[in-house]
Write a protein that binds this ligand. Structure first.
Ligand SMILES: Cc1ncc(COP(=O)(O)O)c(C=O)c1O
Length: 348
């Protein structure tokens, strides 16, 4: 048995805080399908106000929030644009195609971020041979680009080009509070450049369940129907919404600790021969490592790390993704680094 477990698979493993559990126990609830759950309403109002949007909708997951956004913004047979490594494109079971009936034109960004010129290159003219492009999806922070941050000005540039061409803009902001903390800006500095934002309370913010889709009243009204179609209308959901309120009110500032631990981990791993560890130019709580230099595959790395209690997710052929969160302390980082040094030292 390893001396300790350092679970770096994802910030989704965070458990609710004591304050969340207490809020959940005491939450006034009702049937939200009848519009009678005051705690869900309070969470939706809080989320909309925080993001500077007219309305918000509580959904069980980030994937459902993004899918509701696709269904609310687009029609079957249209085309959306997203970055090549975007979550909505690669990790959401192909919902853009199977549920929303969209084709997807990817843009290859650099560290998950692309320029207006790169967007321009994938915009199609209005021509009956082509699917009509109606939606641009941005991701901030960008999960699979090592937690990269889009600065508000970068978002503003591509959004205004997309809008000139008649596209709406959706932000997959699963970790938008990480982006805000990393740049020291308000989340509204991002949301003012888009038509809708999905963010998760169930990731680094530690709530057990849930995401919010925010936008205009009209957009959220359409998303409400989409959520019903997807089976995401919930009854006494105030029990979980209560934790979401604590997440938004109390858990955003501490994300800086996760960023500091990720940086410490990245610097420590980079110093180990054969390890290449990297974060995005504006680092957050995600890092990528590659051990091709040691001749190890992702699965070999994961098995070796698991044996010493360090858990992470595979990024084949020879990489892994590591994510810091509330249950990872500086001492856990030091343990992981020491265990890795020993592991590499002993390897044949
Ligand atoms: C950027 C991004 N978007 C969306 C999601 C989907 O969230 P969920 O797992 O709650 O469906 C994730 C989950 O990791 C994510 O990282």
């Amino acid at each position: 048995m390893p001396e300790r477990i350092v679970d770096l698979r994802s910030d989704t493993v965070t458990k609710p805080t004591e304050e969340m559990l207490e809020a959940m126990r005491c939450a006034p609830v009702g049937d939200d399908v009848y519009g009678e759950d005051p705690t869900v309403k309070a969470l939706e109002e809080l989320a909309a106000a925080r993001l500077g949007m007219e309305a918000a909708l509580f959904v069980p997951s980030g994937t459902m929030g993004n899918t509701c956004a696709l269904l609310a913004h687009t029609h079957n047979g249209e085309e959306m644009i997203a970055e090549e490594l975007a979550h909505i494109y690669n990790w959401e079971a192909g919902n853009y195609a199977s549920l929303a009936g969209l084709s997807l034109r990817p843009v290859r960004g650099e560290n998950g971020v692309f320029t207006p010129a790169q967007l321009e290159a994938v915009l199609r003219p209005d021509n009956p041979h082509f699917a009509r492009q109606t939606l641009l999806c941005l991701e901030n922070t960008h999960n699979n680009a090592a937690g990269a941050v889009w600065a508000p000005a970068q978002m503003a540039e591509v959004s205004s080009l997309a809008r000139e061409h008649g596209l709406a803009v959706h932000l997959d902001g699963a970790r938008i509070f990480n982006a805000a903390v990393a740049l020291g800006v308000d989340v509204r500095d991002f949301s003012r450049h888009v038509d809708s934002v999905m963010f998760c309370v169930s990731k680094g913010l530690s709530a057990p369940v849930g995401s919010l889709l925010c936008g205009s009243r009209d957009l959220v009204g359409r998303a409400y129907r989409a959520r019903k179609r997807l089976g995401g209308a919930m009854r006494q959901a105030g029990v979980i919404a209560a934790a979401g309120i604590v997440a938004i009110e109390k858990m955003t500032a501490r994300l800086a600790e996760d960023h500091a631990n990720a940086r410490r981990l990245c610097e420590g791993l980079s110093a180990i021969p054969g390890f290449v560890a990297r974060q995005a130019p504006v680092p957050t709580n995600i890092l990528m490592v590659d051990v091709g230099g040691l001749g190890w595959t992702s699965d070999e790395l994961i098995a070796r790390w698991k044996a010493v209690g360090v858990l992470c997710n595979r990024r084949p052929p020879s990489g892994a993704r590591l994510v810091t969160h509330r249950h990872i302390s500086a001492a856990d980082v030091d343990y992981a680094l020491e265990a890795t040094r020993e592991m590499v030292g002993k390897a044949d």
